[in-house]
Design a binder for this molecule. Structure first.
Ligand SMILES: Cc1cc2nc3c(=O)[nH]c(=O)nc-3n(C[C@H](O)[C@H](O)[C@H](O)COP(=O)(O)OP(=O)(O)OC[C@H]3O[C@@H](n4cnc5c(N)ncnc54)[C@H](O)[C@@H]3O)c2cc1C
Length: 517
């Protein structure tokens, strides 16, 4: 992906875009892959970095959603289980089979969850990842040694998928470009243009150079997650809000708090939801919360109450109990729930997506899950065909391999998320290119150069938060190694000392949200 070359395409008056997508999260990137692979001339603009919004801040599960089954949202579970299977098939280097253990503390839980999960297995059908099984007390302790033993009666084990959300986003971005799409990060849509009351373009500003462009397209897709209302208001200022944002926080702990390669699902938190503790890159990730919010930010701030809630619920099932001082990193994301703003209880709002088309033809994608991004994109592009009056072209993404596709990945190799690119990264000619800059997590000079050259990384934050996941894993250690990363970037990008100072202070500001003080 080459940003400068892509910018040149914007100035080319010969280019007529069929579909312009605003937003480079799961929904927008999925739409770009779908649109380009059907042969539509596709442009995607993202105001910040790809997946900077909610799509890098998920629990990182490719799942049907056991909780939605409890809520009776069966059609969502069936759709998500199907998409889970498709994603695992098309991106085997990014989606890992993860086993989850549900510990039981009363006699009826085991048969109850056992039957529920058998139904979950049946709903997945041929695309199932493994059979669920009832466990004895001893088996449960063997699989999750840090589980609280007092009153434990047994457990149930079931299977879902785990992925690296921002690495998936980058792979989708490259897949879209390979299929002919043009993608630009740090391009913010400031307004929409209309002719005869029909939306026919965007006014967009390059956030790096401040240059403004007016670009015309036959269909404009609003895939801006929690920011969707803002774009809809550019179309129709009186528009009522259609997104109810809900914040979800995760904390990241040392792996010793799980001491297992199995994840844990706690089926009943004090607010009546579920809590996950999942092994991830040699750490354990715990979450999440569901806090309705009125204000939306690019860098959402985890609330003290949310962190306390996760710790308190974790402490009820862990023998070795985590405390504030054990937290290595904390991150918050905003769910773009499709609901009227007066709906208060966000945990009960369905995670189903909606496609909305305004009178002037603006298509907005509302709600949805990472797991179902492909189906969301298919629905959005099918609708775009009607809006744009295009000839029918069938969706092909069910069988489209995602960039980096590689069967039987070595999950122990920290570069497995790059799939077929991993060897190219290792072979880059750099002095100590393959030696990690930290002993706590893996980040090498070669990865930094690779993401600058091939993955449109521009800022320090892009590399430390989304091309690699350092900031999400251990925020203090990330701040420690940031100057080393910046030096490599400065030399490669031929930048000066002022740039270096500014990048560093911007990054320190961002990192404060990930560090508990
Ligand atoms: C805490 C939490 C945990 C979750 N866990 C899971 C999970 O485990 N599995 C799962 O399947 N789903 C999960 N989800 C849901 C999933 O993460 C979201 O549904 C998905 O990421 C939403 O993607 P999106 O593209 O709609 O929004 P976003 O990722 O927010 O993308 C919207 C993009 O639009 C950009 N944008 C906004 N305004 C403009 C503008 N004016 N111009 C240009 N660009 C603009 C933003 O910068 C942003 O990058 C979770 C969500 C949360 C909050």
């Amino acid at each position: 992906m080459n940003r400068n070359l892509n910018i040149k395409k914007l100035s080319n008056k010969e280019t007529h875009w069929d579909i312009i997508i605003i937003g480079g999260g799961a929904s927008g990137l999925g739409a770009a892959v779908d649109s380009a692979s059907r042969g539509f001339k596709t442009l995607l603009v993202e105001k910040s970095d790809f997946s900077k919004g909610t799509s890098s801040r998920s629990t990182k599960l490719v799942h049907g959603g056991v909780r939605y089954m409890q809520n009776g949202d069966i059609s969502l579970v069936i759709e998500a289980l199907k998409e889970r299977g498709i994603l695992k098939k098309n991106a085997p280097h990014l989606v890992k089979n993860m086993s989850f253990v549900i510990p039981s503390y009363n006699w009826w839980s085991n048969p109850f969850y056992g039957i529920g999960l058998k139904i979950y297995d049946m709903m997945a059908g041929k695309l199932g990842l493994g059979k669920s099984t009832i466990l004895s007390k001893e088996e449960t302790i063997k699989l999750i040694p840090n589980v609280k033993k007092k009153d434990l009666v047994g457990g149930v084990i079931y299977h879902d998928g785990q992925f690296d959300d921002s690495r998936m986003a980058i792979s989708l971005a490259i897949t879209a470009e390979k299929n002919g799409a043009t993608l630009l990060n740090y391009f913010k849509v400031k307004n929409l243009t209309k002719t005869n009351n029909i939306v026919d373009g965007i006014i967009v500003k390059d956030q790096i150079t401040n240059k403004v462009y007016e670009i015309k397209g036959k269909v404009i897709i609003n895939a801006t997650g929690v920011f969707s209302d803002k774009i809809m208001k550019m179309d129709y200022p009186q528009k009522k809000k259609m997104i109810k944002p809900s914040q979800g926080v995760h904390i990241v702990l040392d792996q010793k708090f799980l001491n297992s390669h199995h994840a844990i699902l706690i089926p009943h938190t004090s607010d009546g939801r579920v809590l996950f503790a999942v092994p991830w890159n040699n750490y354990a990730i715990l979450g999440t919360t569901d806090t309705p919010l009125n204000e939306i930010k690019d860098e959402p701030v985890p609330l003290k109450e949310e962190i306390k809630f996760i710790l308190k619920n974790a402490q009820t099932f862990m023998k070795k109990k985590p405390n504030f001082s054990d937290i290595k990193s904390v991150f918050a994301g905003l769910r773009p729930l499709a609901a009227e703003s007066n709906q208060k209880n966000t945990k009960e709002i369905s995670r189903h997506h909606k496609i909305s088309v305004s009178e002037s033809g603006l298509l907005s994608i509302l709600g949805g899950k990472w797991t179902t991004y492909r189906k969301i994109a298919e629905d959005a592009i099918n609708t775009s065909i009607s809006i744009g009056g295009f000839n029918e072209r069938k969706c092909i993404t069910e069988n489209l391999q995602i960039h980096g596709y590689q069967e039987n990945p070595n999950w122990k190799d920290p570069l497995h998320v790059y799939g077929s690119d991993a060897n190219l990264i290792k072979e880059l000619k750099m002095g100590k290119g393959n030696i990690s800059l930290s002993e706590k997590f893996y980040i090498t000079p070669n990865q930094i150069i690779w993401s600058l050259k091939n993955e449109m990384a521009i800022k320090l934050d892009d590399i430390l938060a989304r091309r690699t996941r350092c900031l999400f894993l251990d925020a203090k250690e990330t701040v420690k190694i940031a100057p080393k990363v910046l030096r490599i970037m400065k030399v490669f990008l031929k930048k000066n000392i002022e740039w270096e100072k500014k990048e560093f202070s911007n990054f320190i500001e961002i990192s404060k949200n990930y560090i508990l003080t």
